[in-house]
Design a protein around this ligand. Sequence first.
Ligand SMILES: [Zn+2]
Length: 99
Amino acid sequence: MRKKGKGFVEKIALERIYRLFELAEENMARHPERSKRYVELARKIGTRNRVRIPQELKKSFCKKCNSFLKGKNVELEEREKMLVVKCKECGFERKIKGE
Ligand SMILES: [Zn+2]
């Protein structure tokens, strides 16, 4: 019973995370500060509900400055089976395990 309820909460949290990332993407060009807020919020929801940020979204934001990363502000490089995501906003590099 309890497990079922938890799954439901996680599902809602995950939906909210995806939605916030969508908003972050929509706002990244014109409202970068707002965009960062959305990323920050999405991450908070993840922590609070113990939901992991999905792999596909992990390369879409900077862990350090919360920028939404896409196109010109990010550099992706594969290094020894790891994906290196470099944020051009603050220079932070993050390694993500490849699938
Ligand atoms: Zn950054």
